[in-house]
Design a protein around this ligand. Sequence first.
Ligand code: CLF
Ligand code: SF4
Length: 515
Amino acid sequence: MEFGTRKAVAQLLVMQPALSASGQKGCGSKGGSGKSGCGSAAGQGDLSPEIWEKVKSHPCYSEEAHHHYARMHVAVASACNIQCNYCNRKYDCSNESRPGVVSERLTPEQAARKVLAVASNIPQMTVLGIAGPGDPLANPEKTFKTFELVTQTAPDIKLCLSTNGLMLPEYVDRISALNIDHVTITINMIDPEIGAKIYPWIYYNKKRYEGAEAAKILSERQLLGLEMLTERGILCKVNSVMIPGINDHHLAEVNKAVKSRGAFLHNIMPLISAPEHGTVFGLAGIRGPTAQELKALQDSCEGEMNMMRHCRQCRADAVGLLGEDRSDEFTTEKVMEMDVHYDLEIRQAYQEDVERQRAAVVAARNEELKTLAGNESDISILIAVASKGGGRINQHFGHAKEFQVYEVSTSGVKFVGHRRVDNYCQGGFGEEESLETVIRAINDCVAVFISRIGNCPREGLLKVGIEPVERFALEYIEQSSLAYFREYLERVRSGEVEHKQRGDADIRQGALITT
Ligand code: CLF
Ligand code: SF4
């Protein structure tokens, strides 16, 4: 490699604090109906080399990858052919992210240029997704044209598509021919009576259908499309929105149905619902699930197949690591003025460094795990972590806009979700109200790991029994969680700490969404 290239990589590493903090951190299953290393299980596990190659740098298909690799969406698909009661695509606010919400709609040409601009500036951006703001397959020409243009100019970028599935069977061959090897289908029901409560209408074959008839057609098309894709070896993820009182008890059946048709991953997401969103569910007062309700459903389905728990329900124009949104840096106006230098060599060199960092995270975690050997206990705890990425505890309490939540027990450590919050530090001052929302969001955790925290929030957290922990600042999350857990068990055994079941926690309504 030329010196100039090495220098460029070094500069990029300096520019990306999330990845460069001195060192370094899958989802997976077989394409068929199997289950293997997902959640925070690291590395290839029992995945075939072919599948591993597809998932290892996809931030949605691998939990481990999401700490290191970014995705971007381009909002080229405006129209939709169905109506979901949790969606209102008229809403457009950059502080608010729900299905279909975007700031700008792009032509395929604008989108392709934006992809190049992002790829040049964010070398860990490995995936281009088209996820809206409507349905990509209700806008097939714009969607496929965008993918074609990107394949020609940035061949190392993985292509990803997210659809409601209504038109999927028609386009499976085109998807396959374009090497789009990741497809998400949102499947919220397999029972048309339940579907009628979620979908007021669909528009199919130039005709509008309503009620259970509409839901029946949609469900048949979704399941047929899923089968056709998996037969062709395309990795499929199924997203399901958990809607308390409507499909929450039905999603276990959906899980079985999609598993039997070869889905790779199931992502059960919380309904995001508030009256100000103007959605049917929001206006009707249908609430989203609590953190414990969501986790219980995900846990119950986990025995059946791999569950995705790190979804950030992103906007249809999101850019960056999951959990961050850098779309403001890449508006059409800014992209048109940017000097774009797409350099495959720089990108590959950067990603090789990421892989080294990632291997170091896994090695540190495995070493720490050994120290728990022989420590049998029924206790498991949740720990909240402030992280900017790279698998490290590298964020100040007051700057965190989300906390990642890990479950730790003597069997190991796994990522179980994230909680979005209003950041505590507003213009240099802490906000009492924000502290309350943070506490409600991580109320089920025994500790919060941060790089730093001020005295006021520290005292507020201690008062409600959440221990703020700074001593692992800049260390690896999983290794530190296991070390803390070992000490916690010792404190419980010595009587210093009484282990109690903690209460439930809120999932913030008004958080991110798309696929
Ligand atoms: Fe985008 Fe979706 Fe592809 Fe990922 S998002 S099209 S699979 S690249 Fe990912 Fe965002 Fe969750 Fe979607 S975190 S909403 S699951
Ligand atoms: Fe269409 Fe997606 Fe909105 Fe449903 S959530 S109405 S599929 S854009």
